[in-house]
Ligand binder design. Structure first.
Ligand code: 5U1
Length: 824
């Protein structure tokens, strides 16, 4: 094959690819390839055509302006063609642009209007005698689409011009765009209400304008900036900048970023300034546009096929590029959130090599239908994490399969679970997952959890990085020496400074090697402190007297935290959805960690305010062997619960076969059906082995009977059913004992007796009050529920009055005791 044949083949390929991309973009608002790639392919085509003039063709995309007008809207033939712009990608190309003008015009001074290049849709607005009569898209530059009705919905576009002196016919050109914040807001709402999510602000603008129903486009937050002219029948200022100022006076929005600058240096300074401000602008721009400012000069420069010679677009590095997805992996965040990440074939985007891009969540993957092997468009804007924007569907390799969220955490192997109705998935290995370790330990130690005062984030970070603390239970293995070295390391500026702090306190024979190892650590390595800490076992101290109040206090705080209440420990475990009040409720209702860690999740639903989601979350947590191991380790290392008690008596009244059937969330088993089943079959065992026929015979609708049998047919459900039944029996057996000792109308009340009672002794009154659940105290405080005052009551009565505590006389007490079976 000779050079011309291969060039001709490549030219044909390029023409086809570019023509397809252009018609998809202009006629269907579809982005087949990102702009940067389109520009690159176009340049390759132009270079080949220039090198092989014999292969040139008037139909080549290099000679076209845009796409054909779509047939859905009426056609508008532009009175003056709508041109596109040539591109510059380097300083050199900007110098070339200025040089070409300079060489032709020989001016002393070249002034340019410099403007932002908005990423939207170019339109032409026609005014006759100051009234808006028609608006059209660019289409192929010669013929566009009549989108007047949609343009009338854009508030910033004047329907009538302000002021006076407008030409009889005035065509104003500019860009319709969607501000970024409006785009985000629009998509947020669309996601919430299941509407169409827009791919990016530009697609949003283009798609909105080409809605056939103007009511739809009225709901899209569109805006507009004017930047040029079409047909004009009348006088206008002689410069472009003057014209923009005039347009602003007539009511057109003109960007306040437009500036007049001089020569190539002025243009490049403008480019850099806008480039720096780009991420902070309220709209997307893909470059800046330079235009020779005086119109006479523009006319002298004229046009080449596709663009004026007096203007050029200077593009910013592309924020979007295409690449391929090599893998989709899951990243587990500090709080357990599972985020899918695309591993990409490395690609340069906006000056940085991108190898990973976030896919946000499983819903986003499903929406985009991203698959391993796909060619995708990735976007990187400012400091934002690169993201996959869309898939180029027709480049999908054969056999690419839809992606599915893995069932287990890639870090710890625990189950990955999804909350009902939520977009996010989470690793349920909370305590045992290394990815969540630091967060889990910080939460465990926090004030409302185990209250280990002094163990701040930076200490936890270093202890975990050093491998000394691998889980919450390891906190109970820390000794003072380790904490001391930790403190000294965190206070020291360098490994050398740490070594010199330690030296006087160590035996030279035993610790010389260790100190040398510390000194050799690299102070520039952020992990040097953790590395230093990884060696303290080799220290040989010659004194235990290095004062460290922090280490002493922390050792004491860790020791004190061993003796704790069940609700604190439950909260400290960091179970998803188990905050302080849920932990308190769990403790009050079940009273025993050993019970809670074994209970099937439906039983938790008996606790008021615990629904299916929270109950399942507790169940998932306890199902993970790593979490169970962490609890075992805590208990083995001396953590003790000091308020263990039998299950609440309230369970006795509330937990029945009917409520259990309801809590199991079996399809079609409504509360009424659950009651019916419980009455007919009495036990879990009887239901488990029953046939659909017998359920129907017992009066259940066939639909319910079949759903129940199908549900029980699954091994996991059958196992849950049996376990839940057994747990119910156990709870019911334990709860009545609690009921006998723990019920009474004065449960939780503190009563103080004062003065002399006529009908009974104080001891007698105390015993009766205690039998009803009260605690009888010796002094009055704000916490006192009421004071019983006999005759000659003294200071306690005064105190009660002062604090506003209720006071009962003896008659009141006697009535209350009689009403509650405690007559004198
Ligand atoms: N700001 C701006 N954008 N823009 C796009 N000015 C501008 N001018 C254009 C285009 C296509 O074209 C004329 C110079 C022909």
């Amino acid at each position: 094959m000779n050079a011309t044949t291969s060039a001709s083949q490549r030219i044909a390929e390029l023409r086809q690819q570019l023509a397809e991309a252009s018609s998809a973009y202009h006629e269907r608002d579809e982005l087949l390839i990102p702009d940067a790639e389109y520009d690159r392919l176009m340049r390759e085509l132009e270079a080949l055509e220039a090198a092989h003039p014999e292969l040139d063709d008037a139909d080549s995309p290099s000679h076209q302006v845009g796409g054909k007008a779509s047939s859905r809207f009426a056609e508008v033939v532009h009175a003056v063609p709508m041109l596109s712009l040539g591109n510059a990608f380097s300083d050199e190309e900007v110098h070339d642009f200025v040089r070409r003008i300079d060489e032709r015009l020989h001016r002393k001074q070249l002034l340019f209007s410099a403007e932002p290049k908005l990423d939207g849709l170019a339109i032409n607005l026609r005014y006759e005698n100051g009234v808006f009569v028609q608006g059209a898209t660019r289409g192929d530059g010669a013929t566009g689409e009549d989108v007047s009705a949609n343009l009338r919905q854009i508030k910033v576009i004047p329907q009538r011009l302000l002021g006076e002196g407008w030409p009889e016919v005035l065509e104003v050109r500019g860009e319709v765009y969607m501000p970024r914040a409006d785009f985000e807001r629009y998509n947020e709402q669309a996601r919430l209400h299941g509407g169409k999510v827009l791919a990016n602000p530009r697609n949003g603008a283009a798609g909105s304008l080409r809605q056939l129903d103007p009511k739809v486009s009225a709901q899209r937050p569109l805006s507009f900036y004017a930047y040029g002219l079409g047909e004009v029948d009348g006088e206008l200022p002689p410069t472009h900048s003057g014209t923009l100022a005039q347009l602003a006076q007539w009511g057109f929005p003109v960007s306040d970023l437009c500036q007049v600058v001089e020569g190539a240096e002025g243009l490049l300074a403008y480019y850099r300034d806008i480039g720096q401000r780009r991420d902070g602008l309220p709209f997307d721009i893909d470059g800046v546009v330079y235009k020779l400012d005086d119109r006479e000069g523009q006319q002298a420069m004229g046009f080449v096929a596709r663009a004026p010679r007096w203007a050029i677009a200077h593009k910013f590095p592309a924020q979007e590029q295409t690449t391929t997805v090599e893998a989709i992996e899951i990243q587990i965040g500090r709080t357990g959130a599972a985020t899918p990440v695309a591993r990409l074939k490395p690609v340069h985007v906006a000056g940085v090599v991108v190898t990973n891009a976030t896919l946000h969540n499983a819903d986003q993957i499903a929406r985009l239908d991203v698959r391993v092997g796909d060619t995708v468009i990735v976007r990187r804007a400012g400091d934002v994490i690169p993201e996959v924007v869309s898939v180029i569907a027709d480049r999908r390799p054969e056999g690419a399969v839809p992606w599915q969220m893995p069932r287990s955490c890639p870090v710890c192997g625990a189950e990955i679970v999804r909350e009902e109705g939520a977009a996010a998935w989470r690793c349920s290995g909370e305590l045992s997952c290394p990815a969540q370790r630091k967060e889990a330990i910080a939460h465990f130690a926090s004030r409302k959890a185990m209250d280990i005062d002094g163990l701040g984030d930076k200490y936890i970070e270093t202890l975990v990085d050093a491998g000394i603390v691998r889980g919450v239970a390891d906190l109970y293995l820390l000794d003072r020496d380790q904490l001391l070295v930790l403190k000294l390391a965190l206070d020291a500026d360098s490994p050398e400074a740490l070594a010199s702090q330690l030296t006087p306190h160590l035996q030279p024979e035993g610790s010389g090697d260790t100190l040398n190892a510390i000194i050799k650590l690299d102070p520039a390595d952020a992990g040097w402190r953790a590395q230093a800490l990884a060696v303290p076992a080799q220290f040989e101290w010659n004194t235990r007297k290095i004062a460290s109040k922090w280490a002493d206090n922390l050792v004491a705080a860790i020791a004190n935290s061993r003796n704790t209440k069940l609700e604190r420990l439950l909260f400290a475990l960091g179970i998803e959805h188990v905050g302080e009040s849920t932990a308190k409720a769990l403790s009050a209702w079940f009273g025993d960690l050993e019970l809670i860690r074994r209970l099937p999740w439906p039983l938790f639903k008996r606790v008021p305010d615990i629904g299916g989601e929270v109950a399942r979350s507790i169940g998932h947590f306890m199902d993970q062997p790593g979490n169970q191991q962490a609890i075992d380790d805590l208990l083995a290392r001396g953590v003790q619960i000091n308020d263990r008690h039998p299950p609440s008596a309230k369970l006795r009244a509330d937990l029945t076969l009917a409520t259990l059937l309801q809590d199991l969330e079996i399809p079609k088993v409504t509360p009424v059906r659950a009651k019916q089943l419980a009455e007919a079959f009495k036990t879990v065992d009887a239901i488990r082995d029953e046939s659909a026929h017998n359920f129907v015979t017992a009066g259940l609708p066939a639909e319910t009977a079949n759903a129940l049998v199908a549900w029980l047919d699954r091994d996991a459900n059958a196992a849950l059913f049996s376990a839940a039944g057994a747990a119910m029996q156990e709870l019911l057996l334990k709860a009545p004992e609690a009921a006998a000792q723990a019920t009474g109308p004065l449960e939780g009340k503190t009563v103080v007796l004062t003065g002399t009672l006529a009908q009974m002794s104080r001891d007698d009154a105390k015993a009766r009050l205690e039998a009803l659940g009260a605690k009888v105290a010796g002094s009055v405080s704000k916490k006192t529920s009421f004071v019983v005052a006999g005759s000659e009551a003294g200071s306690k009565l005064d105190k009660a009055n002062e604090l506003g505590v209720d006071v009962w006389d003896e008659a009141c007490l006697l009535t209350f005791l009689a009403d509650n079976g405690q007559s004198a």
